[in-house]
Design a protein around this ligand. Structure first.
Ligand code: ADP
Ligand code: MG
Length: 350
């Protein structure tokens, strides 16, 4: 091999490693298997342990790529894109997987009385929180040079938002947006739904220990090798390197919605991608919400919804849901949490 070709090879490998396409390490006996990659618009990291972990690990990236293909509204041929293209013109036949996620989205919309609304697509577009192809290098999602839309524009777009006009027919395997101009956006729960599918992959082959992380949507399966529970850090919303709290986790999903993922600052006010469907503007009472729940899809959807509801209504909802807990970080970086976390959380001084 010529020197130039060799050098190119090295660069290609380094570039692949950088974008983290897929790195699957086979596990020697007693060693955990690790999968890293990029899917559903985010970084993926899975660590699992056990004799058949490698077998399940091989299926992780193909599964996530298939889910992205179905659920991402920026993929031209995805189920969601086809549903959106036919808004106001009848039902669209989709995969059973998509039907299931839309049903979960509707269940959460009803539960949160619309604080979670999977039809926020047009509003997300109006505010300009359009997903970028690649995650920014610093992991931050600042949108520069943007300003809030005019109130009249918001009011107009809100007429096309409303989960009451989203229909799903399980038997026929169809989904329909009843009004023209509507747009389905499953960005608030797709990663959580994917976490559930990945956890199931490992459970199906009898894996007892795994930590699944899809861009901050986690599932902690079993315990750590030394028998202690997993310990999950809650990120400081204003200091990417710092941790504000550590929570113990075992057989539970954990999802965080924060105003630091995608946002812009205009005249000193922070506008994030977490939109209140009642006002049409970003919710502003909290800096982040972390939800612990038995299912990833609920943790993800509820983290978005509770962020929108704010600390009082949010805590009230979470306290009413068995097995669900929440950690709130307010704009002054004060940490509060629901009653079930007493003794399972350590709040660090900031
Ligand atoms: P992230 O995807 O950044 O981890 P979330 O899970 O909270 O965070 O999802 C945020 C995404 O959900 C937004 O980018 C948008 O696509 C969508 N979204 C924003 N507001 C709402 C809402 N009120 N209900 C449902 N989905 C929403
Ligand atoms: Mg969410």
């Amino acid at each position: 091999m010529g020197r130039r070709a060799w050098l190119l090879g090295v660069i290609a490998v380094a570039a692949l490693a950088l974008v983290g396409v897929i790195a699957l390490r086979p596990n020697a006996p007693g060693e955990p298997v690790e999968v890293t990659g990029f899917a559903m618009g985010t970084f993926v990291r899975v660590v699992a342990d056990g004799p058949r972990a490698a077998q399940a690990a091989e299926q992780v990236m193909p599964l996530l790529q298939a889910m992205t293909q179905a659920l991402d509204r920026f993929e031209p041929d995805s189920d969601v894109s086809r549903i959106n293209a036919r808004a106001g013109r009848g039902p669209v036949r989709v995969q059973a997987e998509t039907v299931a996620v839309v049903q979960d989205a509707l269940r959460l919309a009803h539960l949160t009385e619309g604080a979670f609304d999977p039809t926020v697509g047009p509003l997300v577009d109006l505010w300009g929180f359009v997903q970028t192809e690649e995650a920014p290098a610093d992991g931050e999602g600042t949108v520069r040079g943007r300003r809030p839309p005019a109130p009249e524009a918001i009011a107009q777009v809100l007429e096309r938002v409303g989960y009451q006009h989203l229909r799903v027919d399980e038997e026929a395997s169809t989904v329909e947006l009843v009004q023209p101009g509507m747009g389905l956006d499953l960005g608030g729960i797709a990663k959580g739904a994917a976490v559930d599918r990945v956890a199931q992959l490992f459970r199906d082959v009898g894996v007892e220990r795994a930590l699944i992380d899809l861009g901050g949507n986690l599932y902690a399966l079993g315990r750590k090798a030394d028998g202690s529970p997993w310990r999950v850090g809650i990120r400081h919303p204003r200091n990417p390197g710092a941790v504000l709290a550590i929570v113990e986790a075992r057989d539970v999903a954990i999802a965080t919605s924060g105003d630091y993922e995608r946002y812009f600052i205009h005249e000193g006010v922070r506008y994030s991608h977490l939109l209140d469907p009642r006002t049409g503007s970003p919710a502003r009472e909290l800096a982040s919400v972390t939800i612990l729940a038995p299912k990833g899809v609920d943790a993800d959807g509820l983290s978005t919804a509770v962020f929108v509801l704010g600390p009082e209504a949010g805590a009230q909802l979470v306290e009413s849901l068995p097995g669900v807990e929440a950690i709130f970080v307010d704009p002054a970086m004060n940490v509060t949490y629901t009653s079930g976390l007493e003794g399972r959380i350590e709040v660090l001084t900031r």
